[in-house]
Design a protein around this ligand. Sequence first.
Ligand SMILES: Nc1ncnc2c1ncn2[C@@H]1O[C@H](COP(=O)(O)OP(=O)(O)OP(=O)(O)O)[C@@H](O)[C@H]1O
Length: 255
Amino acid sequence: MWRAYGSGEAQVLALRDVSVEFASGEFTAIMGPSGSGKSTLMHCLAGLDTTDRGTVSIGDTSLTGLGDKALTRLRRDKIGFIFQQFNLLPTLTALENITLPASIAGSKADPAWVSRIIDTLDLADRLDHKPTELSGGQQQRVACARALATRPEVVFADEPTGNLDTRSGTEVLKFLRTSVDDFGQTIVMVTHDPNAAAHADRVVFLADGRIVDELTDPTADAVIDKMRGFEKLALDMNADNASGQFTGLNHSGAA
Ligand SMILES: Nc1ncnc2c1ncn2[C@@H]1O[C@H](COP(=O)(O)OP(=O)(O)OP(=O)(O)O)[C@@H](O)[C@H]1O
């Protein structure tokens, strides 16, 4: 798939010929230097943004060419989201936040399933609390429960531990791991954190809008090694671009 922002000289190619699959029941992390296209890729995969060229499918369902209404329905029925900022509704209790997507969809979340998730996340004694009465870690656990409550085909997590201390972050990552191992959930997570990526089954690395590498069964050290290589590559490319521009200026100056 391809995705560009802007046009002419200011055009940024955020995704260049990216082709990637995420296996069902697997936990994949997407990593890459800042500006490498991680958020763009996730937004295109989740139907929050559209590609310029190429197709996106979830299972047998193609997202490409769907109108806004159909995309909204598809996101509601097939996708769970976990955001860095939790994005809970402040006026609702934890339990109402968890069951909201199902009630918007006009169905009731399966009570046995919801209570199993709530128990796994150790939220049973927090269900009547509003988000402001919960710690950051508790709020993100509520957001995890909300994402899983409708049994989505895939959960997209955008920096889910970015706002949490190490301990709360680890709890969230362990839950994501459990949801893959015990519930067969499919998860795609964007992260900057090699320790977070090490909880995944697979890490896909983006640099400059392209998929440049991947690791299976990653360790944090192996992820750090790969990232160092891409950051050095990005620095070298910037240095090349800068010297190219300089030459260009000299030319126009001479003309
Ligand atoms: N709405 C937009 N308009 C113009 N350019 C954009 C827009 N969104 C992203 N870009 C550009 O596209 C490229 C990829 O951005 P993207 O946010 O996907 O990267 P990222 O890897 O998620 O970065 P970060 O780790 O800093 O969040 C960047 O060069 C960015 O400046």
